[in-house]
Design a protein around this ligand. Structure first.
Ligand code: ZN
Length: 139
């Protein structure tokens, strides 16, 4: 027998990049089945905190949720300065998807103005988005 909470406290989830994280170093099972990954994505998209998601999934730590979300490309939500959040909300077509506030916090919403043709943001936010992109060294 083992006590999950105690075990999780000593677990370090340190799977190197490229390795699947099916087990922790202390052997607690925490498989990322397709179902659990879908649930993670869904809850993450709803703006739940990593801790809330971990509690919903069960048998995973908050750090595991963050790590998994990171690998899924979901982990930029707390940094709205580079709004890749558009991919989390593909249903908003033709409306500005610039995030206002911090996802997960009350008051968070998308701009919602009419977007420029062929662009995900309104004119004002396009100028902000593309100025940021051009200043960045990222490819
Ligand atoms: Zn806007």
């Amino acid at each position: 027998m083992f006590i999950v909470s105690a075990a999780l406290n000593v677990c370090r989830i340190t799977a190197p990049p490229g390795r699947t994280e099916t087990t922790t170093s202390c052997g607690v099972s925490m498989e990322w089945t397709a179902e659990r990954v879908e649930l993670l994505k869904e809850l993450w998209g709803e703006g739940l905190s990593a801790r809330q998601i971990a509690e919903s999934l069960g048998h995973v730590t908050r750090n595991a949720v963050i790590g998994k979300a990171h690998r899924l490309g979901l982990s930029t939500r707390s940094v709205p300065s580079k709004p890749t959040i558009a991919m989390l909300n593909p249903v908003t077509d033709r409306l500005c998807q610039w995030p206002i506030g911090n996802p997960g916090e009350s008051g968070f919403h998308f701009c919602g103005q009419q977007a420029d043709a062929g662009r995900p943001y309104c004119g004002q936010h396009c100028s902000m988005a593309y100025r940021q992109t051009s200043d960045s060294s990222a490819a």
